[in-house]
Design a protein around this ligand. Structure first.
Ligand SMILES: CC(C)(COP(=O)(O)OP(=O)(O)OC[C@H]1O[C@@H](n2cnc3c(N)ncnc32)[C@H](O)[C@@H]1OP(=O)(O)O)[C@@H](O)C(=O)NCCC(=O)NCCS
Length: 153
């Protein structure tokens, strides 16, 4: 498994990953290629979007890191980072999320961000445990949502 920066050509595979997660969790969400391109690959607020690929180049998952703009829908303070992680259920618990976080962590260092938010469903145990393992701590809870923060020391 390896990681690299996402490119526009990755949109179909990233869209497929989102559909696989939806089929697995039953939680619907936008997933088409145009959304993936706009939200993750070519988002003007993007700091880095990393894909994880297997030995044959198949995309296993991705992690986006964007700069929080004023008035963002997660109510994250402007200037923080916002991180999101999406990995195919076929590849869970094999270190993919950890590898993606190493890439994002490198981008955090380069960008000068001091705080990174993760917005997680309160019933999403794997998401909660994953971000805790990556060093994030809960700073806010509301209506079925837990927000965790990574603080750059
Ligand atoms: C949550 C998610 C990103 C974890 O990715 P992953 O590739 O399985 O994570 P890793 O294998 O790198 O795990 C790293 C650590 O996180 C923790 N962790 C991850 N999944 C876990 C689970 N289901 N239960 C408990 N701990 C878990 C563990 O400490 C793990 O280390 P270990 O395997 O050595 O014990 C992945 O399951 C996913 O994409 N889920 C669907 C979308 C989602 O929930 N995104 C995040 C919240 S919005």
């Amino acid at each position: 498994m390896d990681t690299r920066i996402a490119s526009l050509d990755d949109a179909p595979a990233m869209s497929r990953v989102l559909r696989e997660i939806i089929a697995h969790t039953g939680r619907d969400r936008p997933n088409d290629e145009a959304f993936v391109t706009r939200q993750y690959i070519a988002n003007p607020s993007s700091i880095r979007c990393t894909v994880a690929i297997d030995d044959e180049g198949l995309v296993l998952g991705f992690q986006s890191l964007v700069r929080a703009e004023a008035g963002n829908r997660y109510d994250v303070p402007a200037g923080w980072g916002i991180i999101g992680t999406h990995i195919s259920p076929r590849a869970h618990r094999k270190g993919v999320g950890s590898a993606l976080f190493r890439s994002s962590r490198e981008a955090v260092e380069q960008s000068g961000l001091k705080k990174i938010d993760a917005y997680i469903g309160a019933d999403n145990q794997s998401g909660l445990r994953y971000y805790e393992a990556m060093g994030l701590q809960t700073y806010r809870t509301s209506k079925g949502i837990v927000q965790k923060v990574f603080t750059v020391e």
